[in-house]
Design a protein around this ligand. Structure first.
Ligand code: ATP
Length: 357
């Protein structure tokens, strides 16, 4: 019960406005694949096209090589969980989970067996007779998941399933969903605007903005090798700095970040979209954890504007020349400096990342 999904150059127009533009992806069977991006970027539209709620204006949808572009949702054998769960409040847990099986006209015995197994999967054994209104938010979320899984779908679609839960429950449920997905090996497509969720759960992530794919990759690829400014800033914290290219060799790039301050980084640490032969100006992304206190390569000096102790780390906002740099020092019992203190910083060559836009 797992299928691959292919979107072949899919575009969806709503009248004259673009929902998604030329989305071309292959999601492997058994993969946990996430659509990530800000509100309005086209995540839900793409998911609805896969579910069959929307038909694409252009392009095709394939499940395991079969063209399903024109099929209605109930002909696609997909399980879906929505943000608001869409449960039937007046019905019991059992009746809610059994709904899809009743529609398929299975025998009473089969229904009972399958529903009980699904309840076990989501750890709701013994809750069959409860009304939905008698459940906590987290339990309701698990009923929705059980209802989606009980029909043994080929593909599981999850649209922001954690957004109605409080922070602690969200963390627990995130782990639970991932555990289930790995156990069942089911192809899962997950929609979220939360980069932490996406990073923690996904095999691969598609980052979207304004209806278009920005980048597809593993969490590490997206974090360490963002293709552009948008991806670098959307995933995690970073310092974005405009710089002039001073010197290019086969292995190293030296840039001026203003007032004659030079930084040197590794040429391999750059976006595939950047061509150093053409670009005279580049954009740097330097993650706060890549900047260290003390003396070393790529030295900088600055004055601390803000100082924050989180337990795990010490976070500084440092004014260095024209730049305000976010710096994160792992807490190893080091002294915490305060506002107005001067600080020496350095950045290893591998801590600088080059992009064109
Ligand atoms: P959110 O996280 O806010 O749900 P999203 O990334 O899921 O955002 P979509 O809902 O896919 O974004 O919307 C993509 C674009 O398509 C938006 O500009 C939106 O206004 C537009 N859109 C979506 N559905 C419709 C519709 N039914 N009619 C007209 N425009 C729509």
């Amino acid at each position: 019960m797992m299928k691959s999904v292919r979107l072949d150059h899919v575009t969806k127009m709503f009248g004259k406005s673009i929902g998604v533009h030329d989305v071309d992806i292959q999601i492997n069977s058994g993969e946990f694949f996430t659509f990530l991006g800000p509100s309005g970027c086209g995540k839900t539209t793409t998911l609805r096209i896969i579910a069959g709620f929307y038909f694409p204006t252009k392009g095709k949808v394939y499940f395991d090589g079969d063209d399903v572009t024109g099929l209605k949702p109930n002909k696609r054998n997909i399980g879906m969980v929505f943000q608001n769960y869409a449960l039937f409040p007046h019905m019991t847990v059992f009746e809610n989970i059994a709904f899809g099986l009743e529609v398929r006209k299975l025998s009473k015995r089969e229904i009972k067996e399958k529903v009980e197994r699904a309840q076990k999967f989501v750890r709701l054994e013994g809750y069959g007779d409860r009304k939905i209104t008698e459940l906590s938010g987290g339990q309701q979320q698990r009923v929705a998941l059980a209802r989606a899984l009980v029909i043994e779908p080929d593909i599981l679609l999850l649209d922001e399933p954690l957004s109605n839960l409080d922070a602690k429950l969200r963390d627990e449920t995130r782990v639970e969903i991932k555990r289930l997905q790995v156990e069942l090996g089911i192809t899962t497509i997950y929609v979220t605007h939360d980069q932490h969720e996406a990073m923690a759960m996904s095999d691969r992530i598609m980052v979207m903005n304004q209806g278009k794919i920005q980048q597809i990759g593993t969490p590490q690829e997206i974090y360490n090798k963002p293709v552009n400014h948008f991806v670098a800033s959307f995933i995690g914290e970073t310092n974005i700095i405009k710089a002039d290219v001073i010197k290019v060799t086969d292995t190293h790039i030296t840039v001026d970040i203003g007032q004659g301050t030079l930084l040197t980084g590794l040429r391999e640490n750059s976006s595939p979209q950047l061509d150093f032969e053409k670009e005279k100006q580049v954009i740097l992304s330097i993650r706060p954890e890549m900047i260290n206190a003390g003396e070393g390569t790529n030295p900088l000096e600055g004055i601390i504007q803000l100082s924050e102790f989180t337990g795990m780390s010490i976070n500084y906002l440092v004014k260095a020349g024209d730049h305000e740099l976010k710096v994160m020092i792992v807490n190893a019992g080091t002294e915490v400096l305060g506002r107005g203190d001067s600080i020496k910083l350095h950045i290893p060559e591998s801590g600088i990342y080059f992009m064109s836009e």
